[in-house]
Design a protein around this ligand. Sequence first.
Ligand code: FE
Length: 163
Amino acid sequence: MLSEKMQDLMNSQIQAELYSAQLYLAMSVYSESENYKGFANWLKVQYEEETSHAMKFLNYIVERGGTVELQAIEAPPVKFGSMLKVFEEVYAHELKVTALINNLYTVALEQKDYASQIFLQWFIEEQVEEEANSSQIVAQLKMIGDSVGGLFQMDHALGHREK
Ligand code: FE
């Protein structure tokens, strides 16, 4: 059985993952409107991934005999500026998510909730990847600067992301 505190935190995490999904979907639509189809594709795949993160938490709460309480999801922004601005925001957002996951793990340790510790380890590894992926894109966009050719090439490359 999940503790009430852990259940509440995991319900909030579902909300956070679904907000991430909304944010990346909004960024995807924005990128497409700016004619960056490849960036839009990358962000749409990311949106799908965030939805699957929410589902992992949802299924885990159910499996542990807890109660899932879905919460309202905030509306994301509509406009984001340059692709560099978009991905700086992705990276900053992922840092916030990492802090949330780390907090969940701290609580799981405090409560000697071994099952949740094991469950959360997947997310700890996932966040390493999320931070690395987004910070790499930020670094590349900084290298490219205002080069239209560079942006075009990168847009093409990100268009190949499938999952
Ligand atoms: Fe996530």
